[in-house]
Design a protein around this ligand. Structure first.
Ligand SMILES: [Zn+2]
Ligand SMILES: [Zn+2]
Length: 369
């Protein structure tokens, strides 16, 4: 179910240049150059049907990058069909490592458009565009997100066209993706303006709730930008992603009774030290430092907040992400003080399985992959 009107994106290249690109692609095939991505064999084999899997592609927060964790990105695989939640830097590399061809993901959701959650999109789109055109597959990829998602998707597509135009400038041209001589985008943006059901197909139903991640943002910016948490109902149970948020009754309501809550968490003692250090390094006033601390405590979740939401919402299990996974076991212990149920600390490329038996949740067995 698409609740937001269809918008088609087309970017034009001259017919002459595109004709060259066609010839170029034909030449590539004729000399036996094949697409590496299309030949990648999944390292974990195809995801098993009859389960909902959570494949964590990136578990770190940002924007600063770190070596061991990609930025937020999670694949929800329902009976073998993949849906992507956020697309931070490193997503494409993690998909390759997991053996998931990016072009098989036809639905993407952004919780919000902070840089750590969306800067991997152009990578993904570039790979999708190349593979789909090279293989001649006609497919639409739907990208849902808050206001400004259309601008983001348009800008990312515009960005990748430079690289493909460079191919086109050679004596050859891309084989497919042309409609009346224009380079046609397979990416369709859908902006979510309000809480409620925002997507439904035969596998999942997605409900959005605006959270408190931008609660301190002044007007008019807070009219133009929104941050959402998502509840995803699957045949095997309900999974809720907090995305980034501060303490929020709306998120607690959204998560009520969920089988799994995937939640961000910050370590309060570390955050206090971090903010103090940043304030001193930059010579900030006491007020400026206090305002930054306010952002961290009111627009993100500390251990007590994460555990509190899970506890009040009576979720059956809690998975931590958007945190320092090097410290995962300490974060789990810290959150367990506030939530009595099972708590898991995710790392990049970890897979968790919900189902096939009702209520069963935990790390996937190797045979379930
Ligand atoms: Zn974030
Ligand atoms: Zn954020």
């Amino acid at each position: 179910m698409h609740l937001v009107p269809f918008v088609e994106h087309e970017h034009t290249l001259s017919r002459r240049v595109m004709r060259r690109f066609v010839l170029f692609a034909v030449a590539l095939v004729s000399i036996g150059v094949t697409l590496r991505a299309s030949r990648v064999q999944p390292t974990g084999a195809a995801p098993a049907a009859q389960t909902t899997q959570l494949l964590f592609l990136g578990t770190g927060g940002g924007p600063p990058l770190n070596l061991d964790q990609s930025e937020p990105s999670t694949l929800v695989i329902v009976d073998g069909r993949s849906y992507l939640i956020d697309c931070g830097i490193g997503t494409m590399r993690r998909l390759l490592q997991a053996g998931v061809p990016s072009e098989t993901i036809q639905t993407i959701f952004f919780t919000h458009l902070h840089a750590d959650h969306d800067l991997g999109l152009a990578d993904l789109m570039g790979n999708d565009f190349f593979v789909l055109n090279q293989t001649g597959v006609s497919k639409r990829i739907d990208i849902y997100g808050p206001p400004q998602t259309r601008q983001l998707v348009d800008a990312a597509f515009h960005y990748i066209t430079f690289g493909f135009t460079a191919f086109a400038a050679e004596p050859g041209a891309i084989r497919a993706g042309l409609v009346n001589g224009a380079l046609r985008s397979p990416f369709e943006a859908h902006e979510i303006q309000h809480d409620g059901v925002v997507f439904e197909d035969d596998k999942i139903r997605v409900t959005a709730a605006e959270n408190s991640h931008y609660v301190q943002m002044p007007s008019p910016a807070n009219q133009e930008m929104k941050s959402y948490s998502y509840r995803i109902e699957t045949p095997h149970g309900a999974v809720v992603f907090t995305g980034d948020t501060g303490p929020s009754d709306a998120v607690t309501r959204l998560a009520t009774g969920a089988d799994v809550l995937v939640s961000e968490v910050q370590r309060e003692d570390q955050i206090r030290q971090f903010v103090k250090r940043i304030g001193e390094q930059n010579g900030w006033s006491t007020e400026r430092t206090a305002a930054f601390m306010d952002h961290m405590t009111r627009e993100h979740l500390m251990e007590k907040d994460t555990g509190g939401i899970a506890s009040r919402a009576h979720v059956k299990a809690l998975v931590l992400y958007h945190y320092d996974a090097a410290d995962a076991s300490a974060a789990v212990v810290a959150v367990k003080k506030y939530f009595a149920g099972p708590v898991f600390g995710s790392v990049d490329l970890a897979r968790y399985c919900l189902g096939p038996h009702p209520g069963s949740f935990g790390a996937c067995s190797s045979t379930a992959r």
